[in-house]
Design a protein around this ligand. Structure first.
Ligand code: DX5
Ligand code: ZN
Length: 231
């Protein structure tokens, strides 16, 4: 069971000002961001388009942050390698998008990258039961993917608790969608140890301060959870 209270905050550039992306990345890096989340959408798996390989490659040149690439693609296997070549450190695919999830994990392992699997709000934890021990990261979507700025879905909390019970402290249990200072303690208290936040960071007047506050409230909740588990 994951009892490690360390929390990672992963700003999502989807909510950044793309006309000055390098500056925005530098800002969150200086403020202590742990990872950087890059949302890749194909207009098919999700009803929206976002950035692609050249943008990831450009970001790679200006930061040493861990690049966390979230593939919201119908055919993740077709595009995994270009994103790894562009500098991705972790690549996360959606379990709903593939027929053979273990084969997708194996393909990503062969590329020498961290491997993540993501679950949409409608996908039960059980769907990932077999794959959880094979991956580095499980991403629980706490909104339907496709857009930033949506409302957190509290019905996903039970799924986070279940997955946390199946994962070890070295694995990453990530959440994505509607994470702010109100919802961060809820997900961290349920066992998430990596929080993606777009609007709550880049939509704030002071993104650096917003990031630090998110970490503070999430770390407090994770600490309380760790103490409860020791009782
Ligand atoms: C949604 C994306 C998220 C998005 C989160 O499809 O996967 O990463 O950027 O945005 P916020 O934090 O604004 O809900
Ligand atoms: Zn995402």
């Amino acid at each position: 069971m994951a009892t490690n209270a360390a929390i990672r905050i992963t700003p999502s550039v989807l909510a950044a000002d793309f006309s000055r992306l390098g500056e925005q990345v530098a800002l969150v890096e200086q403020a202590g961001a742990d990872w950087l989340h890059l949302d890749i959408m194909d207009g098919h798996f999700v009803p929206n388009l976002s950035i692609g390989v050249p943008v990831v490659a450009s970001i790679r040149k200006v930061t040493s942050l861990h690049l966390d690439v979230h593939l919201m693609l119908t055919d993740p296997g077709k595009y995994a390698e270009p994103f790894v070549k562009a500098g991705a450190d972790t690549v996360t695919f959606h379990i709903e998008a593939v027929d053979d999830a273990p084969a997708m994990v194996e393909q990503l392992r062969g590329l020498g990258v961290g491997v993540g699997v993501s679950l949409n709000p409608g996908t039960p934890a059980d769907a990932a039961r077999q794959i959880v021990p094979m991956v580095d990261l499980v991403l629980v979507m706490t909104v339907w993917p496709g857009f930033g700025g949506q409302k957190f879905m509290p019905e996903c909390l039970d799924k986070i608790r279940t997955l946390a019970g199946w994962m070890n402290a070295e694995q990453t249990l990530q959440v994505d969608g509607g994470i702010d200072t109100t919802t961060a303690p809820l997900v961290a208290g349920a066992g998430a140890n990596n929080l993606v936040a777009g609007s709550a960071v880049f939509g704030a007047t002071q993104p650096g301060a917003a990031l630090k506050e998110l970490r503070r409230v999430a770390a407090d909740a994770a600490q309380r959870r760790a103490l409860e588990q020791r009782v």
